[in-house]
Design a protein around this ligand. Structure first.
Ligand code: ZN
Length: 147
């Protein structure tokens, strides 16, 4: 039995926070990261993908690496908002428009933090686990020292 459904797109699967292996199972129990602003809620993930059984927390301390991802994301977002500000509002040395950008950008980063923390985990896991169209027949990738 082969799966004739089309392969879900890479980017879309990341944005909708789906499992990297099957791109169908949800990575978070509650898709709304903002429902409760606690770390426990933001990182409320099933241990395994409900669709293909892929383990999410690949090894002890696996998620520590997400710090680099969220840093890169924060930089990318700041650069984009700076460029947008430059084009739409303008930057001048004669007034303090640039400080408005600084403040608003900082506020933006705070507001999207819960979403960004989740997205970092998703992107990070995508580095390690690749899409498997035969996921129903094959077994998920496991790391040797953790079973
Ligand atoms: Zn899956």
């Amino acid at each position: 039995m082969t799966d004739s459904r089309p392969t879900p797109s890479y980017l879309w699967s990341i944005l909708t926070m789906k499992c990297p292996r099957c791109r169908r199972g949800k990575m978070f129990n509650d898709s709304n990261a903002y429902r409760k602003l606690s770390l426990k809620h933001i990182f409320d993930m099933p241990e395994h993908c409900p669709e293909c059984g892929q383990r999410y927390d690949l090894e002890q301390g696996f998620w520590y690496g997400t710090g680099y991802v969220s840093y890169a994301l924060a930089v990318a977002i700041s650069v984009s908002s700076f460029v947008a500000w430059w084009v739409l509002v303008g930057i001048s040395t004669e007034d303090n428009r640039v400080f408005w950008w600084l403040g608003l950008n900082a506020l933006l980063l705070v507001l999207i933090q819960p979403w960004m923390m989740r997205l970092s985990r998703v992107i990070y896991l995508y580095f390690f686990v690749s899409y498997d169209s035969e996921y129903k027949q094959t077994s998920p990738r496991e790391f040797d020292h953790k079973q």
